[in-house]
Design a protein around this ligand. Structure first.
Ligand SMILES: [Fe+2]
Ligand SMILES: [Fe+2]
Length: 202
């Protein structure tokens, strides 16, 4: 962990970088993620940094997102070229490293998959992924009360519900699924199925 990182400095920089409503969302994710980290015993400092920086590339244009990922030799999928905003997660990890001096891969990876999810997510990945979806400023998503409750009781179930709803939304909108989302959904669906079998037996 980078001990020299001051959260107040990050907030000041983000306030300049992001639109007011995006900054407001970031603060919502920050407090939500910290509450989840307390519940699930994740490192609070790492959670704070990942949550604050998760959308740090959200101010960039499609071209800037593609360019920064290309320059950094980050793989770009077809689905991301079709919808470059998806790249704000990968670009966010690059900006967090280059402009905010974050080097911890555990933090950078959580920023880098906060929208699509990815196979074999860490606890911090799951916290940022879920906090981004349920922070208090969110209201449009379906099943929010149920997902908010699950986010503080069974984080895997919360992630599964978020992925389920996201995939349903994308299917309805005829938007192609990001390969990482498809993979992680399969993984969580399998987990829920196995858990159901186990709970059924007990
Ligand atoms: Fe985001
Ligand atoms: Fe976000």
């Amino acid at each position: 962990m980078e001990p020299e990182i001051r959260l107040e400095d990050l907030k000041e920089k983000l306030k300049i970088r992001l639109k007011p409503e995006r900054y407001e969302h970031t603060i919502g994710v920050y407090y939500t993620a910290l509450c989840m980290a307390m519940k699930f015993e994740e490192d609070l400092s790492k959670t704070a940094v990942a949550a604050l920086l998760h959308d740090c590339a959200k101010n960039m244009s499609d071209k800037e997102l593609i360019d920064i990922c290309t320059e950094d030799h980050v793989e770009i999928f077809k689905e991301e070229l079709d919808m470059p905003d998806l790249l704000h997660q990968k670009a966010g990890a690059i900006v967090a490293r280059k402009e905010f001096g974050i080097e911890d891969p555990y933090i950078l990876n959580a920023i880098g998959c906060h929208t699509t999810g990815r196979f074999d997510m860490t606890l911090l990945d799951k916290i940022i992924f879920a906090a981004d979806y349920i922070e208090p400023g969110r209201y449009k998503q379906r099943h929010l009360p149920m997902i908010r409750k699950a986010a503080f009781t069974d984080i895997d179930y919360a992630c599964f519900l978020i992925l389920f709803d996201t995939i349903e939304y994308l299917n309805r909108a005829h938007i192609e699924l990001h390969p990482d989302t498809a993979l992680v959904y399969e993984e969580f669906a399998q987990k829920m199925y196995s858990k159901g079998l186990k709970d059924g037996k007990s």
